[in-house]
Design a protein around this ligand. Structure first.
Ligand code: ATP
Ligand code: MG
Length: 416
């Protein structure tokens, strides 16, 4: 079963509204195992909408049109569908009554235009409206289906869940579920990850070639948040799909080791927080070039007060010396980083101190090039510095420094 999505609305093409509906519908289709190979956007133009629907039905079993069901002259999805079906639009009495009731109930008089929403292509199944005033449509053309739902996101979601997905599943005759899990990694390039997983990827390819069910693996770069490895499985039932993903996840975690810091929504600060909590340790942070980014990320984690003492932003060299006891000499140095970490742990009475000092740019500092960053870590039985040479502009260097410091701490917590 293949179903595509056609988002209707000139505002989508002009960039005035971001097409979040298609993304959401795509997710729903995937969750019930319906293949979706195309998502198209088209403006409010009848000929072009007709063209898009015909194209969709030539290569898929069904198309979901969202938007353009409203009462105004530019809402012409109904007309376009009727044209594709080769039938006229007719007033559906039940829909008309319901629209009148909705207006009556709100104490408003109905514009004559609103009755346009009661027009449906002859032979169409009406999806009764519960939220807005526009009903949805299910239309058959031979063995193909055309669905129409409103563009307003909450109305669209309600109708897709109540009527469209159940109808699609019934039409497809095969109920399959897709389950996926995303492992989040930090510190490795995509090519390195692919190399580490090469044997696994080959095995999955062979399984598919032999006609066996096997999960698929995809790499998704997500900027400064690292690279995600998404495992997806399709099976008859949810449990079977989840089991396939579970087996693959275990194998991948084994191969990637500590490069994996979390799964799905679990970000780096959540990973750090749960390790600190598990070991019953507290953390304090001293930040120079990141100016509070690390503290901000840590305090975004619910329950951070159990393990996070605070972060001091010590930007000027003088602040580093007077507040944290950093000695004379260059402040972008291993010694300064370790002194900052030691100082902040003692000032805030934490078990662990983490510190960042470096050159975010755009100009070099004390002869040190832009991107030179020292991370200091005190606690867990040691005091150490780690030197990074980062590329990018000022903001990228600050962001990567923040997540790198958290990752360094995470790895230390895993080992020590
Ligand atoms: P209405 O009865 O409100 O006119 P409609 O079915 O005609 O509903 P549209 O006019 O196409 O829907 O869209 C109404 C509003 O819904 C848009 O202004 C926009 O804010 C939102 N919307 C429409 N399509 C999308 C989309 N694909 N993604 C996200 N939001 C959308
Ligand atoms: Mg509209």
């Amino acid at each position: 079963m293949r179903c595509e999505v056609l988002a209707v609305g000139t505002e989508l093409l002009l960039g005035q509204v971001v097409d979040t509906n298609s993304a959401w519908i795509g997710e729903q289709l995937a969750s019930v195992g319906i293949d979706s190979y195309f998502q198209v956007k088209v403006g409010d133009n009848q000929a072009r909408i007709v063209d898009c629907i015909r194209h969709a039905l030539a290569r898929s079993d069904a198309v979901i049109c969202c938007g353009g069901l409203g009462p105004t002259q530019d809402d012409i999805t109904r007309e376009a569908i009727a044209e594709v079906l080769g039938v006229p639009l007719e007033i559906d009495d039940e829909v008309a009554v319901r629209i009148e009731q909705i207006f009556g109930g709100r104490g408003r008089t109905m514009a004559i235009n609103n009755l346009r929403q009661a027009e449906v292509p002859r032979g169409a199944i009406v999806i009764p409206q519960v939220r807005g005033t526009a009903p949805g449509l299910i239309c058959r053309l031979g063995d193909r289906s055309i669905y129409a739902v409103p563009g307003v996101p909450h109305e669209m979601r309600e109708m897709i869940g109540r009527a469209v997905i159940p109808d699609l599943v019934a039409q497809s005759g095969e109920a399959a579920t897709i389950f996926s899990r995303t492992l989040r990694t930090w510190g490795l390039a995509e090519s390195t990850l692919a190399e580490m997983l090469a044997a696994r990827l080959d095995a999955l390819d062979r399984a598919v070639a032999d006609g066996r069910l096997a999960p698929t693996i995809a790499f998704l770069a997500s900027g400064i948040e690292g690279i995600k490895v998404r495992i997806t499985a399709k099976a008859k039932g949810a449990q079977e799909a989840a089991e396939m993903v579970g087996v693959e996840e275990a194998a991948i975690r084994e191969l990637l080791g500590s490069a994996v810091f979390g799964a799905d929504e679990e970000n780096m600060e959540v990973a750090v927080g749960s390790l600190l909590l598990k070991r019953d340790l507290t953390l304090a942070v001293a930040e120079s070039l990141t100016g509070g980014l690390v503290g901000s990320r840590l305090t975004a984690v619910p329950g951070a007060s159990d393990w996070f003492k605070g972060a001091l932003v010590v930007y000027a060299s003088e602040a580093k010396r007077s507040l944290l006891g950093v000695g004379d000499g260059p402040v972008v140095s291993e010694r300064a980083a370790v002194e900052m970490a030691t100082g902040v742990a003692s000032t805030l009475a934490a078990d662990i101190g983490l510190a960042l000092t470096g050159v975010a740019g755009p100009t070099e500092q004390d002869g040190q090039p832009v991107g030179t960053v020292w991370i200091g870590l005190w606690g867990l039985g040691a005091a150490q510095g780690r030197l990074l040479h980062l590329a990018g502009d000022r903001e990228q260097i600050r962001q990567i420094s923040a997540i790198s410091a958290l990752d360094l701490l995470r790895r230390q917590l895993l080992e020590a």
